[in-house]
Design a protein around this ligand. Structure first.
Ligand SMILES: Cc1ncc(C[n+]2csc(CCOP(=O)(O)OP(=O)(O)O)c2C)c(N)n1
Ligand SMILES: [Mg+2]
Length: 297
């Protein structure tokens, strides 16, 4: 099990507090800078490992950044039972999660250089007994939401104020287990559950709508009992607003409309970048394009 990096936790706490106190424009700029730094780190990790899922990492980064820097009631240096829970159900995007967790100090950012290396804790899919901040193992699609429902029921039964957030891929929603879980979430009135769909409209080998169409996704989620909010999944302030607690007593479903490969021009909305690895030249261009927004890695 990796251990907490308390120095990095202090850096994260200061940044989180600064973002919380900032005016909207500065808040948005800080989150954008942080997200770009995470994207650059992910590209470096994938180049070192020679493998990874770059497209989905890029689409989910703004979702992760807004959760860990502006929403979740968590602190890597202090993990009470009543903390909020986060599950990345689309576990193939572990690199984006690891880069985010390391920036919060769950473990040393230096560990990121070992991504997918033999003996590393940072496997291709997140493992809760190896990586602090990982609340359940994911990778086989269709399991994170059912586990999140169980965690939300647990919090509800124990009278805890903890909220449970889970991010699923849109292709992942083709797994029937998600819909069974949503039925239970509505049945048990899990207002403490927030599902975020990374709606990038691509899955492994094709577009979602050509494979097994999800639309009208908002109407379907609503029919399954969710309070649905559809936002630009790269608009940090819109995402943070969408994470607000349920106003209806029902579970919240945020459809985060994203672009797979976001931020790297030749990857954006291109199916082949699901898990293709850039050449050195392509990685150089990617890092240049991601250098904006004034953040340092
Ligand atoms: C049960 C299961 N089937 C197949 C896979 C292989 N797989 C990994 S990622 C992926 C596509 C996922 O698409 P989506 O959920 O849209 O993710 P994103 O576009 O965000 O990468 C597939 C089929 C898996 N991990 N688990
Ligand atoms: Mg997808």
């Amino acid at each position: 099990m990796l251990t907490t990096d308390l120095e990095q936790v202090q850096i994260w706490r200061a940044e989180r507090d600064r973002i919380a106190a900032a005016e909207p424009a500065e808040k948005a700029a800080s989150l954008a800078g942080r997200a770009q730094a995470t994207r650059r780190r992910v590209v470096q990790m994938i180049m070192t490992a020679g493998q990874g899922h770059v497209g989905g990492d890029m689409s989910v980064t703004d979702i992760l950044t807004t959760l860990f820097y502006g929403t979740l009631r968590i602190d890597p240096g202090d993990l009470p039972e009543g903390r909020d829970r986060f599950i990345l159900s689309k576990g193939h995007c572990a690199a984006a999660l690891y880069a985010t967790l390391a920036s919060c100090g769950y473990f040393s950012p230096k560990e990121l250089d070992t991504f997918m290396a033999e003996g590393s804790a940072l496997n291709g899919h997140p493992n809760r007994v190896k990586v602090p901040g990982v609340e359940t193992n994911t990778g086989p699609l269709g399991h994170g939401l059912p586990v999140a429902v169980g965690q939300a029921i647990g919090a509800q039964l124990s009278g805890s104020a903890a909220r449970v957030f889970v991010v699923v891929g849109d292709g992942e929603l083709q797994e029937g287990s998600n819909w069974e879980a949503l039925m239970a979430a509505a049945h048990f009135g899990l207002k403490n559950l927030t599902l975020v769909v990374d709606r990038n409209r691509l899955q492994q080998g094709a577009r979602t709508e050509d494979t097994n169409a999800l639309d009208p996704l908002d109407a379907r989620l609503s029919a399954f009992g969710c309070e649905v909010r559809s936002v630009d999944g790269h608009d940090h302030l819109a995402l943070m607003a969408a994470y607000a607690p349920s106003t209806t007593g029902r579970p919240v479903a945020v459809i985060a409309n994203t672009i797979k490969g976001k931020g790297i021009s030749f990857m954006e909305d291109r199916v082949e970048w699901h898990h293709k690895v850039p050449t050195d030249e392509q990685a150089g261009q990617a890092l240049l394009e991601l250098a904006g927004d004034g953040a340092t890695a």
